[in-house]
Write a protein that binds this ligand. Structure first.
Ligand SMILES: [Zn+2]
Length: 444
């Protein structure tokens, strides 16, 4: 009997080389530290965001790419103002301070702040039932938690998100003077989690804040004991006129099909309460790393590979829309796109949206990743920044890391560089680079 040694395909060897390289190099992790520590507060339209743009453009320049571009995007500019203050006031004027964070795009309370009786609700239907006679003049407290029984924490987030995005508009319909929203997190702690909200032009604008989950639990208990409980908060946020910012694009030209573009990206803007480490500095740096790994390993892609640090995912999603608009104007062919915007935890796999035939082949790539413990290749992918490319029929994909801890940090002061684990981050870079390599190499 002849025993043959295991032979590895060219693809398997390339994937191994990518993982080996990513797991022994710390440059991208170091760059993430610089982004987090030097460019905190980079919410859309701020000088900090534009400094972060220059930082990323500079990193791309150093990578000796074929092209680097700052693509102008007109973005909104919302200013948080002074640190927020909030108190639960109950009994003999007993005041307990609780952590709150103004919701993005909210108006402020004015210098003096707001004080009113509180009414707790779980959903919009409850507001309708209570009606103006119970709501008018009060602060509405939305306290529906993210559903803890859902294993898909993004589904739980989506299921509770309407309170944050539309709570103020819904409550104002019945004369509420402000809203307090339970933070969208499964953690029990003192970090308020911000995020964008929207007003309805035909309904009065009222100020909105997120309260930490511990603060929400305390407010709820206090209300049960004393329905006369009042809440006060002070925010000084406001809006400035739109300004110009940029998507930052770096690319390696394809050797065979330079007109076919593969985009891999994350978003550079981040809420100023934290450092935007998991959301989404990590996704930007992992996307850039695809190009760096290709360069270092002398991988010559057939198609043009673009890394994009998108601007304005958090507030008005203008970066992704502008990227697609420019693609249309320039008649670009977008072959494939991947978004990394779910944190930089241990990679689990990829979600993919593509026509059936291509989808089957892409899902079958799982076999290359199983040796690395990455085996969750599922139907359904995309993201806010690449979503607008769907109109070209471009297959869209999401990088999927482990998701149980993501909402602990998401949009809060806890989203710092220290929460990003070196190995998990490196494995993510390797997985994304390998996936992009295979999509291109196997003409999927
Ligand atoms: Zn994000």
């Amino acid at each position: 009997m002849i025993v043959t040694a295991t032979t590895f395909s060219q693809e398997e060897k390339a994937v191994k080389a990518i993982f080996d390289w990513a797991l022994t190099d710390t440059t991208a992790y170091h760059n993430l530290r610089l982004l987090c520590k030097n460019h905190k507060g980079r919410i859309t339209g701020t000088p900090e965001a534009n400094k972060a743009v220059d930082f990323v453009a500079e990193l791309m320049q150093q990578m000796q790419l074929d092209r680097v571009e700052k693509q102008p995007v007109t973005v909104p500019r919302w200013v948080r103002g002074e640190a927020e203050k909030a108190f639960i006031i109950s009994g003999q004027n007993e005041k307990t301070e609780v952590p709150v964070s103004a919701l993005g795009m909210s108006i402020g309370t004015g210098e003096k702040g707001l004080i009113a009786q509180v009414i707790e609700v779980q959903n919009f239907k409850e507001i309708e039932t209570l009606g103006t006679k119970n709501i008018a003049g009060k602060i509405v407290f939305f306290n529906r938690p993210m559903n803890p029984t859902l294993i898909n924490t993004f589904a739980a987030y989506g299921g509770a998100g309407d309170q944050r995005s539309q709570g103020a508009a819904q409550a104002a319909r019945f004369g509420a003077v402000g809203v307090v929203v339970r933070s969208l997190t499964t953690a029990s702690d003192n970090f308020p989690h911000t995020g964008v909200m929207r007003y309805n032009d035909t309904i009065p604008k009222i100020p909105a804040v997120a309260i930490s989950t511990k603060g929400a639990d305390l407010l709820s208990t206090t209300l049960k004991n004393n329905p006369e409980t009042q809440f006060s908060f002070r925010t000084t946020c406001y809006q400035l006129p739109d300004s110009v910012s940029y998507n930052v694009i770096g690319e390696i030209k394809g050797s065979e099909f330079p007109d076919q573009i593969i985009t891999v990206g994350g978003h550079l803007d981040a809420w100023e309460t934290g450092e935007g480490a998991h959301d989404d500095g990590a996704g930007c740096m992992q996307s850039l790393d695809v190009l760096r790994i290709f360069r270092e390993l002398r991988i010559k892609p057939k198609r043009t590979i673009r890394a994009v640090a998108f601007m304005d995912e958090e507030v008005a999603q203008r970066g992704g829309k502008e990227y697609a608009r420019q693609a249309e104007l320039k008649k670009e062919t977008h072959y494939f796109a991947l978004e990394a915007d779910r944190g930089a935890y241990m990679p689990k796999g990829f979600g993919i949206s593509a026509p059936d035939e291509r989808l089957e082949k892409m899902l079958a790539l799982q076999k290359y990743f199983e040796p690395y413990g990455i085996d969750d290749f599922v139907k359904g992918g995309g993201g806010v920044d690449i979503g607008s490319l769907a109109k070209f029929g471009t297959p869209l994909s999401s990088f999927i890391p482990e998701m149980q801890r993501y909402f602990d940090v998401h949009h809060s002061g806890y989203d710092t560089f220290e929460q990003v684990h070196l190995r998990e981050f490196q494995l993510g870079s390797a997985a994304i680079a390998s996936f992009i390599y295979l999509i291109d190499k196997e003409d999927l």
